[in-house]
Design a protein. Structure first.
Length: 147
């Protein structure tokens, strides 16, 4: 069974049912190939659907989540897709566990506070792939399950 290391605040959001989606950087980053709108990744030419077959986690798979000193919890992958990180929507950011009522500065970016919380968190945990790089990501939807 595969594991997924998470920060304590994200585990708490999963356990509380606030987080049901996560994004992980695709490594190495694919490159966009014109004019056929395909991706070159690890020496292969694939479309977005084809790249999904190389995701670490697959639909239906049960994995455990943990933080170094925390208990293990189990989630089941319900959907996998590929997109650029900047394609995240406000609803997606809510599914990532962010709440519009927890935003530190309601005057800044008031039209999408969850997305801006996501951006701040993304930049803090992905220094090699900051928001501005618009990295390609695996998007995993999941639900918490009993082992």
């Amino acid at each position: 069974m595969k594991g997924l290391l998470c920060k304590a605040d994200m585990i708490k959001a999963i356990v509380e049912g606030r987080k049901t989606q996560t994004r992980w950087v695709i490594k190495p980053q694919p490159s966009w190939q014109e004019p056929n709108h395909e991706l070159e990744w690890k020496g292969r030419i694939v479309n977005l659907e084809g790249l999904i077959h190389f995701a670490r986690y697959t639909v239906g798979e049960i994995i455990y989540i943990f933080e170094a000193w925390e208990d293990r919890y189990f989630i089941q992958i319900t959907d996998v897709r590929v997109e650029r990180v900047q394609e995240i929507t406000e609803k997606d950011a809510e599914l990532e566990g962010f709440s519009p009522w927890e935003y530190d500065n309601p005057d800044a970016y008031a039209d999408c506070p969850c997305t801006n919380q996501f951006i701040q968190k993304w930049n803090s945990i992905n220094p090699k792939y900051p928001w501005g790089s618009n990295a390609w990501v695996w998007v995993y939807r999941f639900k918490k399950v009993d082992k």
